[in-house]
Design a protein around this ligand. Structure first.
Ligand code: ADP
Ligand code: F6P
Length: 470
């Protein structure tokens, strides 16, 4: 169960129209459901009038592997729960933008009510011994709600974003309710050791909870809850395999030829202020100022997908990106050739991988990010062993990828220097770094992640839980 279904649902004559949703959670979790089956409970990206029926069907429609069970939200719930509490309060707090957090009791009330609704949907679908697997910060209260009604059901929770230090989390007046909600689970996973440690330190503030930091465990209400570091991986075969297809290689060549510059840089992000896109564009400008010899020789492609566009900060970041693109192209373009290409649309897997293959360097430079799958997808796609990953130390993926070129997005010249280093690096060093990165990303791919989750919960063994991603 996750806030978002892997599809956006639109009513259409003769049945619902389904479109792929974009985001790290969907990319990572859907292959598990495709392999194992189950039910994905979530929201289909639409608000519904009272009386409207939710969609409940088997997907993919052409070759069904699992079911989707839609949870409908009213317009008021969507504002209070999703835009309000989840995205204007928990999201900025968790990403350490404490000053941006909007803390409002009515948003919290909506969040609680919607969490109740998701828990009811989980209970409708949960069979004895079947795992309820809850994902992300939208649904923190669900584990305790489900446990209250069905203590026999195994529950796992995965937190996909950063978990902040207690000083930030405890700003929330309802922090203890959230901790107690999460501790309804049997196991809780995080991407990095820092997030798990922050969580355990924060749990110390919950009356009645005993924390064993060394063992990664919490004793609460007579149960032991295991806290694990399990960074999500990419579906290696899907990216590596796509990158080996001749048509995709040809498309990458065509992209290079069409742009006509010897060098290409690439950014791929949801249009979110945590991704540091305006900061990246400023650094690209600083790089061109510091290295005029690269003018006319490098194109930066920024691919963006609109996200949470009713939250003012998201409207603002989009405006800042568009202004920066215009400014850079005005200042550094020559009328025919422009240094920045900005594309706002979802790409197919093939098109995405072709762009990864075409780019000399990927700029993955968030101000703060739970993990960042784009970093791993870029590496998995570089079957040619070329390409440089420029990575922010504030992405969770940095803990696993030390061979990337690390650059601080808060300091424009540091990031500009990272871009220069990537482009000027000699091919042998590029090859060595990429080979090491590919080994790491392959070893800790999505299959590894799911095996870890499975063994943590002993899912599939006789008498224990079986997967049911309710
Ligand atoms: P987040 O979960 O915050 O969005 P991640 O980097 O972890 O960030 O995951 C983003 C996912 O969305 C990746 O799998 C990436 O390939 C995908 N994605 C981002 N932009 C696009 C796009 N324009 N078209 C298709 N997929 C995209
Ligand atoms: O990875 C963090 C996350 O919030 C996921 O939970 C979500 O699927 C993705 O980013 C995209 O966000 P949204 O569902 O709000 O469009």
């Amino acid at each position: 169960m996750a806030n978002r279904l892997p599809y956006t649902i639109r009513p259409a004559p003769g049945g619902a129209e389904l479109r792929r949703a974009v985001g790290g959670l969907v990319t990572a979790v859907e292959p598990v459901l495709l392999a194992e089956g189950g039910v994905w409970i979530g929201w289909g990206g639409r608000t519904a009038a009272p009386g409207e029926l939710p969609v409940n069907l088997a997907v993919p429609r052409e070759a069904p592997r699992y079911r989707i069970h839609e949870v409908l939200l009213t317009a008021a719930e969507y504002r209070g729960y999703y835009h309000g509490f989840a995205n204007s309060c928990l999201w900025p707090l968790s990403h350490l933008f404490v000053g941006r957090a909007v803390v409002r009791a009515e948003h919290w009330e909506a969040y609680r009510a919607v969490n109740r609704r998701f828990a009811r949907a989980a209970l409708e679908n949960a069979a004895p011994g079947r795992l309820v697997w809850v994902h992300d910060y939208h649904l923190t209260l669900v584990p305790a709600f489900v446990r209250e009604a069905r203590p026999d059901v195994p529950i796992a929770f995965f937190w996909h974003i950063p978990f902040p230090p207690p000083e930030a989390f405890l700003v929330l007046p309802w922090a203890r309710d959230i901790l107690a909600g999460l501790l309804g689970s049997d196991a809780i996973g995080f991407h990095t050791a820092d997030y798990a440690r922050n969580f355990l330190r924060t749990v110390r503030a919950l009356p009645g909870a005993e924390v064993d930091e060394e063992q990664g465990a919490v004793l609460y209400q007579g149960r032991v809850i295991r806290v694990q570091v399990l960074p999500i991986g990419v579906d290696w075969d899907a990216f590596d395999g796509t990158a080996r297809r001749p048509a995709v290689r040809r498309r990458a060549e065509a992209i290079r030829a069409a742009l006509g510059t010897p060098h290409i840089l690439l950014g791929v992000d949801r249009l979110d202020y945590t991704k540091g896109i305006p900061e990246r564009l400023a650094a690209f400008g600083a790089f061109l100022d510091a290295h005029p010899e690269y003018r006319g020789k490098v194109t930066f492609i920024q691919v963006g997908v609109p996200s949470r566009s009713e939250v003012p900060e998201y409207q603002e970041v989009r405006r800042r990106v568009e202004e920066a693109v215009g400014r850079l192209n005005g200042l550094h373009g020559d009328g025919w050739q422009v240094p920045v290409r900005y594309v706002v649309r979802p790409f197919s897997r093939e098109e995405l991988v072709a762009h990864y293959l075409a780019a000399d360097a990927a700029l993955v430079t968030p101000l703060r990010d739970g993990l960042n799958l784009v970093a791993k997808e870029y590496v998995a796609s570089r079957v040619d062993g070329a390409g440089v990953l420029v990575l922010s130390p504030f992405a969770g993926a940095a803990a696993q990828l030390p061979e990337a070129v690390l650059a601080n997005p808060y300091e424009v010249n540091d990031l500009a220097a990272g871009i220069f280093r990537a482009l000027a690096m000699d091919p042998a060093e590029k090859g060595r770094r990429m080979e090491a990165l590919r080994r790491r990303v392959r070893e800790h791919d999505l299959r590894w992640w799911w095996d870890q989750v499975r063994s943590l919960l002993r899912v599939g063994e006789p008498g224990t839980a079986t997967l049911h991603a309710a």
